[in-house]
Design a protein around this ligand. Structure first.
Ligand code: 26Y
Length: 753
């Protein structure tokens, strides 16, 4: 592809490139990429993958697409010679708000890898107008506002396809929008297909508020991702939204299969459906419904077709995230689907002679994961430990029934976005040291040969310094905070949740604050960076954010401590922020309660960018530890086996741990009089009492060992030479976590495209 920006500028704006502002250039580049992508043919193949997901956390697309098209350097140079900076232009792009956390970002990395490997597979989801909320901090607390990202974006292309979705008592029309998904230096593409409601009404959403009329279903279904489900109306809306998503997806799948020659009896030869967690699991009864009611299949044959084409990925063992819908809700939303679910339940009970433990419908409640396992041909976990826990405990009765359906697919991340795009300095060093093959092979193991090469270690260190400079600039411009140049950068960025234990890092901060107050002056400044959103209905998570913001302000105002300790909580953490922060990190905080984090994917991004991991043996951390070896990672904490035993035997006594002298001091600091005066007393008391009496995710169990480990990490950082080697080994071993590897495994074991 050849681009002449000067000519384009004249053509589009009638002005020379040098006179355009950054927004105009951004819009022009988006046009150029979109128009070029429109001419690219789709990846072809008899069998097509449909990756169904409630979330696609795709991030900004311009830089990524310029890289994929192989024109990034050329565009950058043309802009530079007209006096423009591509970085400033990129910052003008609005980030799509179509996802929440790991599950959504995984879907985005997968789309990139599927396209890069040239496989025929599209993402299918919803076009949320306000997406996930935009986070602001007001009075040291999270405020949730609508994120009107759709107003200023240029990537969506309206598709001709439109369907009718029948709900109980009314029906709606849908409308399909596509975003082209380009692979790395490929001439063919895939798409992200986003369904919208033809009758959607943005004006239902008040200015600056995410409260809207949940009753206006024909107008509100595609307004928000995960509307608040703390009341019945909210929960019902989720079911409507999910059914809207899968009914459209199922109609699209049948349509396209028939266009390509399927008689539907052979549908599994034409389509395979991967359902990303249970949110799209109603696609199973919906496919059955379409085959029976619209295409005249016998029920049994419809079921046998669907059974051969649907696969399910589990992303959690947390009970709260395993969806269970009241059968009554299904009857309200889609009566025919409720009927089919009941028949699927009866059929399963008859076939397996099985009991309530694995039933789809039990006590009037529909267990979506159970349906997906019985009627899918594959179920996978997302890291080795997670899959083992599913097989041995959480889903053990299903494993006994269908051992052959279970497999592990350890998550991965795309190197195009997470080094080439996010960390150009490191990318350049890798190009020079290894050649450019790593960009597609994702094999970085060649670096190991340079472990004792001072010149290479110095260049890697220099790349880290450049990434830190970029992050410092970002944090200054967007958050108004200054980071000391020589600070150790210690980062925990992820959704705010008790199991991820941001509160444990907050306790460490209290400990460190008191330690400095006691006269133990650190060798150099430590900057601890948090980022993440808390679900608006999740009170304790909001309280944790409040504590972090309070600590941040309190420490910044302390003249003795602030030169050595700084706490930053990034407002509205998103993919764009992650791209600036992760490359700059020295320490990657992965401190979930063992057994609770299915995999984690930021752990992989940090490692790839040369951070050293401080972690519990949870999720994919276990695999990172195995790869890099003891001397290149810091692990601590109670094992997942022991944690499972504590839960099973109700043997964890939070209060006993709280009463230990060193621990009580830290927890009680949350409600010290100065904090109560400066912050929100209700939030602080609630958080204090929760930790002192309940501590469901056992932060107090691991806190002392965590503090010790962290101090060891900080001491080891001072041995600069040894630390640089640790960093190099982490980068060198990260190839195992390329999402290209993950997608090859999905394709070889499950999809067979
Ligand atoms: C509807 C609601 C209950 C719900 C909303 C969002 C349930 C789950 C989710 C999102 C889950 C999620 O992001 N899970 C993460 O998936 C990643 C990719 O597999 C894992 O790396 C990570 O450990 C897991 O928490």
């Amino acid at each position: 592809m050849k681009i002449d920006l000067e000519a384009r500028s004249q053509e589009k704006y009638g002005r020379p490139l040098a006179e355009l502002d950054d927004s105009a250039i951004c819009a022009m580049l988006e046009d150029i990429v979109r128009e070029h992508a429109a001419t690219m043919p789709l990846n072809e193949g008899k069998r097509r993958l449909y990756y169904l997901s409630a979330e696609f956390l795709i991030g900004r697309l311009l830089t990524n697409n310029l890289i994929e098209l192989g024109v990034y350097d050329d565009v950058k140079a043309q802009l530079a010679s007209a006096g423009h900076d591509l970085g400033a232009v990129e910052a003008r792009e609005v980030e799509p708000s179509l996802g929440n956390g790991g599950l959504g970002r995984l879907a985005a990395c997968f789309l990139d890898s599927i396209a890069t490997l040239g496989l025929p597979g599209d993402g299918v989801g919803l076009n949320y107008h306000y997406g996930l909320f935009h986070q602001r901090f007001v009075d040291l607390q999270q405020a949730a506002e609508p994120d009107g990202w759709l107003d200023r974006q240029d990537w969506l292309v309206r598709d001709e396809k439109a369907y009718t979705v029948e709900f109980g008592g009314f029906s709606v029309k849908s409308r399909l929008y596509d975003i082209d998904v380009l692979g790395y230096v490929r001439t063919t593409k895939n798409r992200l297909r986003l369904f919208d409601l033809e009758s959607v009404d943005d004006s239902l959403v008040p200015v600056n508020s995410i409260d809207f009329d949940k009753g206006e279903l024909a107008k509100n279904l595609t307004l928000f991702l995960y509307p608040d489900d703390s009341d019945d109306a909210g929960r019902l809306l989720r079911v409507y939204q999910e059914y809207f998503m899968v009914s459209n997806a199922a109609q699209l799948i049948l349509d396209e299969a028939m266009e390509r020659g399927s008689n539907l009896h052979d549908l599994p030869d034409y389509a395979v459906v991967q359902i990303n967690d249970t949110h799209p699991s109603m696609v199973i009864p919906e496919l059955v419904r379409l085959l029976v009611d619209v295409h005249g299949f016998e029920f049994d044959e419809a079921v046998s077709v669907v059974r051969r084409m649907v696969a399910y990925t589990n992303h959690t063992i947390l009970a709260e995230a395993l969806e269970k819908w009241p059968l009554e809700s299904l009857k309200t939303v889609a009566p025919r689907i409720a009927e089919i679910v009941i028949k699927l339940d009866e059929l399963e009970r008859a076939e397996n002679g099985s009991d309530d433990a694995v039933a789809i419908v039990r006590d009037g409640v529909v267990h979506m994961a159970h349906m997906a396992i019985h009627y899918g041909f594959s179920i996978n976990g997302v890291a080795a430990l997670h899959t083992k826990i599913l097989e041995d405990t959480e889903l053990h009765p299903f494993y006994e029934l269908y051992p052959e359906k279970f497999s592990n697919k350890t998550n991965g991340i795309t190197f195009r976005r997470w080094i080439m795009d996010a960390n150009p300095a490191l990318s350049g060093v890798l190009d020079d040291v290894l050649g450019t093959d790593w960009r597609t092979s994702c094999d970085l193991s060649g670096l190991l040969a340079f472990k004792d090469d001072d010149a290479v270690l110095a260049r890697l260190d220099n790349a880290k310094t450049q990434a830190k400079a970029s992050m410092r600039e970002f944090l200054w411009e967007t958050q108004g905070v200054r980071i000391p140049e020589d600070a150790i950068i210690d980062v925990q960025v992820k959704r705010i949740h008790e199991y991820k234990r941001q509160q444990m890092l907050a306790l460490y901060i209290i400990w460190k604050y008191l330690d400095i107050k006691n006269g133990n002056i650190p060798a150099r400044p430590l900057t601890i960076i948090f980022g993440g959103k808390a679900a608006p209905a999740y009170t304790i998570a909001q309280d944790i954010i409040h504590l972090i913001l309070l600590l941040s302000r309190w420490i910044a105002a302390d003249p003795v401590v602030s030169p050595y300790l700084q706490v930053v909580m990034i407002e509205n953490y998103n993919v764009s922020a992650a791209e600036r922060v992760i490359p700059a990190a020295d320490i990657s905080e992965q401190i979930s309660l063992a057994s609770k984090e299915a995999s984690g994917t930021s752990n992989m991004k940090f490692m790839l960018n040369g951070a050293v991991t401080l972690c519990t043996l949870d999720g994919a951390n276990v695999e990172i530890a195995d790869l890099v070896g003891d001397e290149n990672i810091y692990t601590f904490g109670t094992s997942s086996k022991e944690v499972e035993r504590l839960y099973a035997e109700h043997a964890y006594d939070a209060h006993a741990h709280y009463l230990r002298p060193g621990v009580k001091l830290l927890v009680d600091f949350i409600t010290n009089p100065a904090f109560l005066a400066l912050g929100n007393a209700e939030r602080l008391h609630r958080l204090h009492d929760d930790m002192a009496w309940k501590d469901w995710f056992m932060a107090l169990l691991d806190i002392e060992e965590y503090i010790q480990k962290k101090e060891q990490v900080l001491a080891d950082y001072e041995n600069r030479d040894a630390w640089r080697k640790k960093s190099l080994v982490n980068i060198a071993k990260a190839g195992a976590f390329s999402s290209d590897r993950t997608i090859r495994q999905y394709n070889e074991d499950i999809w067979h495209l």
